[in-house]
Design a protein around this ligand. Structure first.
Ligand SMILES: Nc1nc2c(ncn2[C@@H]2O[C@H](COP(=O)(O)OP(=O)(O)O)[C@@H](O)[C@H]2O)c(=O)[nH]1
Ligand SMILES: [Mg+2]
Length: 317
């Protein structure tokens, strides 16, 4: 299929293959059980396949769409062997995801006409926000962009210190205040400092306590409002970070957060070390918001720009 022909960097591909290992192993062992003793894709096989997809965290709605597509194919072709199922799945899932224009990026970029480009990172505690910010800062810096970080997760001292560690590691400036200070005030300071330093990218860390949707909504809109006093159209991107290893929970969080605030892109982290990587397929199908980044490890280079073709290719290889 033509869309698999695009050549991606070998290094990126290897990291992705490795990051998806557990998800793949689990998926294919379930798949081989599902087709055991069957040579032809029939109703039984389709039923089993449905179970395999749902239990691999692809999500019910997306699973049903995939099964529909395969059923259509079964009725078109006279005979579909179970030995072809892997290839068929790969094609149909890629086909399904290609119905949107999302997930086509291949590289870390920011729009050239926004300076500074303000990226606000949201998500519940522990999903990997700060880590993702550190990794992003490193990628942007490698591109020659000037990055400034803002420690607006002021809820825990450790959260501020953790961002500081990343700032030191990547060697980019950070704006911070003491623990407990007003996140909006930190965001304001960061944008001012970023503008003064002629920054290209400003990344704001936030605390995502989902204890109460209204509080969260108020806090995030206050941060936005205050930032707009410095940069009129900030934030340019609100990146929601989701922990892929929580599977269906990540789906739920995406639903909750998109209700609480306007989210413009998604990052799904911790795909390494989990068998729930299928969740990315469901999330990219179900949300009209692009999955922009995926986290495939704790290392500084273990963040990738999500590309649906690359992902499906790695998953079904
Ligand atoms: N294995 C793995 N661990 C990750 C990834 N992203 C973040 N983490 C780990 O998840 C934990 C929580 O991350 P942190 O950035 O502090 O989350 P935050 O509370 O949302 O800021 C840390 O131990 C990170 O090292 C990833 O892609 N893979
Ligand atoms: Mg944090």
């Amino acid at each position: 299929m033509s869309f698999f022909k695009k050549i991606f960097s070998k290094e990126k591909k290897e990291t992705l293959d490795k990051g998806l290992e557990k998800s793949k192993d689990s998926f294919f062992s379930k798949l081989s059980k599902a087709v055991a003793g069957k040579s032809k894709v029939d109703d039984d096989v389709l039923d089993n396949l449905e179970e395999v997809l749902v239990s691999s965290d692809v999500g019910v709605n997306t699973t049903l769409k995939i099964i529909d597509r395969i059923e259509e194919r079964v009725s078109r072709d006279k005979y579909l062997g179970t030995d072809e199922l892997n290839q068929i799945l790969r094609e149909e899932i890629a086909g399904l995801l290609s119905e949107t224009n999302l997930g086509d990026e291949t590289d870390f970029t920011i729009p050239k006409n926004k300076k500074p480009y303000v990226l606000m990172v949201v998500g519940v505690n522990g999903v990997g926000k700060t880590t993702t910010i550190g990794k992003l800062a490193s990628q942007f810096k490698k591109k020659g962009l000037k990055v400034v970080l803002g420690a607006a997760d002021t809820f825990r001292a450790a959260a501020i210190d953790q961002l500081q560690v990343w700032a030191d590691r990547v060697d980019v400036p950070i704006v911070r205040q003491e623990m407990g200070s007003d996140p909006a005030s930190v965001a304001f300071d960061t944008l001012q400092s970023g503008v003064n330093q002629d920054a290209d990218v400003i990344i704001i860390d936030t605390a995502g306590r989902l204890h109460n949707k209204v509080n969260l909504m108020n806090e995030l809109s206050k941060i936005k409002r205050v930032m707009q006093k410095v940069v009129g159209d900030a934030p340019h991107d609100v990146l929601l970070v989701l922990d892929g290893s929580t599977g269906q929970n990540a789906f739920e969080q995406a639903k909750q957060f998109t209700k609480a605030t306007e989210v413009t892109s998604l990052a799904v982290t911790k795909l390494d070390g989990t068998a729930k990587g299928g969740v990315v397929i469901g999330i990219s199908d179900q949300f009209q918001i692009p999955v922009r980044y995926i986290g495939v490890g704790e290392g500084i280079d273990d963040l990738q720009v999500f590309n649906k073709y690359e992902f499906v290719d790695s998953f079904f290889k």
